[in-house]
Ligand binder design. Structure first.
Ligand SMILES: *[C@@H]1O[C@H](CO)[C@@H](O)[C@H](O)[C@H]1NC(C)=O
Ligand SMILES: *[C@@H]1O[C@H](CO)[C@@H](O)[C@H](O)[C@H]1NC(C)=O
Length: 144
């Protein structure tokens, strides 16, 4: 009798959790990160992006091309992706998705917990697209 009651209780907890819209959104929530070469001078953009668990490898992105990947958000999302990027005019390591960074999340989100993080690398710096206002924000300058 006892194990059976525990299973009923567990099922009840799961049903209650799933009935909360916020939980459903975070289970289904998907994010795509775009790494866009926005250079005008035909330069190649080099990018090495990683999270704690995934190494997305070394990428060479040509002018007007992009590299992208999609992942799911989860309950208690702690996902963090960062990239090491360089070209002939500079170098920088920065976070491209951070579940704890409101600036990144609000700019990327287009409803619920879905979103697109569109990072555009220009000669004069690094820009993030705001999905709600449809404009690029300057986020970083290139380092040496
Ligand atoms: C992702 O990048 C590829 C090229 O690498 C491109 O063909 C594709 O359209 C991109 N996907 C999205 C959702 O933008
Ligand atoms: C988006 O990024 C800009 C630049 O960092 C920041 O000022 C702004 O608060 C962020 N969020 C929104 C919703 O625009």
């Amino acid at each position: 009798m006892k194990p059976f009651m525990n299973i009923s209780l567990l099922l009840l907890v799961i049903v209650i959790c799933l009935s909360q819209p916020l939980v459903i959104h975070s289970i289904l929530g998907k994010y795509t990160v775009h790494i866009i070469n926005g250079f005008q001078n035909n330069e190649v953009l080099h990018a090495h992006c990683k999270s704690k668990d995934d190494d997305l490898g070394f990428r060479e992105i040509s002018m007007n091309e992009e590299f992208n990947w999609t992942f799911r958000r989860n309950i208690g999302d702690t996902t963090l992706f960062f990239c090491n990027m360089w070209w002939s005019g500079g170098h920088l390591v920065f976070n491209v998705y951070d579940a704890k960074d409101d600036t990144i999340l609000t700019n990327c989100s287009y409803g619920g917990s879905r979103g697109e993080c569109m990072w555009r690398m220009n000669e004069d710096g690094i820009y993030l697209y705001n999905m709600e206002y449809h404009e690029y924000h300057s986020m970083h300058k290139w380092g040496p």
